[in-house]
Design a protein around this ligand. Sequence first.
Ligand SMILES: [Zn+2]
Length: 392
Amino acid sequence: MAMMTHAAWLLLIPASFTVGWLAGRRGGEIKTGTRVSRLSNTYFRGLNYLLNEQQDKAIEIFLQIAEVDKDTVETQFALGHLFRRRGEVDRAIRLHQNLVARNGLSEEQKTRAVLALGEDYMRAGLLDRAETLFTDLVQMGVHAPQALRQLIAIYQFERDWHKAIEHALRYEQTSGEPMSKVIAHFHCELADQARLENRPDQAREQIGLAYAADSHCVRAGAIEGRLELAEGNDAAAIRAFERVARHDIEFLPEILAALLGCYERRGENARARGFLLEMIEHYSGVAPMLALAQLIQRDEGIEAAQAFIAKQLQQRPSLRGESALIDLSLENPANDPSESLRTLKQITDQLVVRTHSYRCQRCGFGARAHHWQCPSCKQWGTIKPLHSAAGD
Ligand SMILES: [Zn+2]
């Protein structure tokens, strides 16, 4: 019997591990008594169904086991788990409710049943009931990390960000898992809410709390920038937007237009140029380069802008950059066509060399030379010539 109890636990363990364990254990069981052997045969049949994703048959078998051996709580747990996994939440709820109400269970088994029942309620969308159970568990100090994780999910769903923050902090304390990035997002939710409801002071307070939780929170900077922009505080908006791009340059396109507007209104031309130069260094796209070209064209004329883009494109050729250069050449009345063509030819040659001519059709790996075996996904014959802009 003890073996049964032990084995039922396997249901909660990933299949790959179970199979190995099974192979190791099978030989040893033959010596045990006939009942155990019969039961374990039944049990392993059930396990096989389970591993083959034949959950209907697995449930049938485990119901039989539960019938033969009514005391085996672990079999009940296994069944409840199966019911829930199969989407039969009502059955799981009934089973776990019975376990919770049953006499003679250890404290550990009882609280585990409460946890499982709470998870059933979550699945059924009965969030109020789930919240009550998980809150009880947290107060008792058992299964606290799991219960807190579920509570955080509930409060996120209900958009109760204050409670979400409170429970995320407690989760961080009990589990040791850092939650500061998530907590910063919860503060950002509150900040955005306050911003949209015209409560700028509360919005600023939440932005400050988001930064306190995660000093690199990009979203806090974006909300702050938008808030200050709407309030007409261009200087503060500039600080916020610049901070966003410096914390995560991939968000540059999100804030660039608004930021350029702020520089313009404040006449901060030198600062704008300095910032764009800094971004060109680190950003892989062409957006800051094109923005700077526009400033150069405005301040120094079209020739200077053309020269700037041409120089940039020698270092980092791009089709969009080339297109902008062609626009300027067409726009410039004093343009020397053969000079322009020479520059464009140089850049285009570079583009052709740099562009991948082959691509793996399975994993998307790009290569300049052909490989019969993909260096990335190791498949044979999946790399084929590309017919792209630079292909032939
Ligand atoms: Zn591949």
